[in-house]
Write a protein that binds this ligand. Structure first.
Ligand SMILES: C[S@@+](CC[C@H](N)C(=O)[O-])C[C@H]1O[C@@H](n2cnc3c(N)ncnc32)[C@H](O)[C@@H]1O
Length: 211
């Protein structure tokens, strides 16, 4: 892991105050993320990056599915440490297969490219159009034509806030338009996430390919 991502405060506090299975976005099984990645990507040699992956079990499940080049990037070192412990406990292959990167997406300089970019519940925190432009620049820098983007945000009728922060809410058409002409929409769907407290949060999911 790299050392100091600059602005980790809010998220480090979140993961300090609550165990990974107590946060509202917790999932035992990473759905529909895993299904969408497996549907879009046949080649297990494909490099996958989970941006804002937090303590999600997605990396561990990808390794179990045969992926050997998985990167998890998050601004919270605490979340990454929890995910790493769980992944390496679940699978001996995780130590080799997963790279853990502590970085702020908005200042991160990718040093390689990935075939798959996955984001569940990070993009929707970018309420400032300038930050979304920075995110999209990082996405373009970290991928090449042919790359798959799997993106999940709160839906248009989803929550207005998460973790004490305001969020933006999206339809599939709006997300596709935000990605721009360099991406073609392959799939869109709605998913109802049930939080550990029992409430339901509607998500919009899209899969797109960079052209
Ligand atoms: C709602 S959580 C979702 C975590 C994970 N994707 C999941 O589905 O379980 C948002 C995550 O994004 C991370 N995050 C927020 N802003 C970030 C940024 N600018 N750069 C990197 N990570 C960020 C947080 O630390 C947190 O782990």
């Amino acid at each position: 892991m790299s050392d100091d991502p600059g602005s980790a405060g809010h998220w480090e506090d979140v993961y300090r105050e609550r165990d990974p299975d107590q946060v509202s976005w917790f999932q035992q099984r990473p759905r529909p993320s895993l299904d969408l990645i497996l549907q879009a990507v046949g080649d297990r040699r494909a490099g996958v990056i989970d941006v804002g992956g937090g303590a999600s079990p997605l990396a561990a499940r990808l390794v179990e599915a045969g992926f050997a080049d998985v990167t998890v990037l998050d601004v919270s070192g605490r979340a990454l440490a929890a995910a790493r412990r769980a992944a390496e406990t679940a699978s001996g292959a995780a130590a080799e297969a997963v790279t853990w990167v502590r970085a702020d997406l908005l200042t991160w300089q990718p040093t390689r490219t990935w075939a798959v970019w996955h984001d569940r519940a990070v993009f929707h925190f970018l309420t400032d159009p300038a930050d979304r432009a920075t995110y999209l620049a990082a996405l373009r820098q970290a991928t090449e034509p042919g790359a798959i983007v799997v993106l999940g945000t709160f839906a248009a009728d989803g929550p207005t806030h998460c973790s004490g922060l305001p969020v933006t809410r999206w339809t599939a058409e709006e997300l596709a338009a935000e990605l721009g002409d360099a991406f073609v929409l392959l799939d869109s769907r709605r998913h109802r996430h049930r939080t550990p407290a029992g409430s339901v949060q509607p998500f919009t999911w899209i899969t797109a390919r960079r052209i």
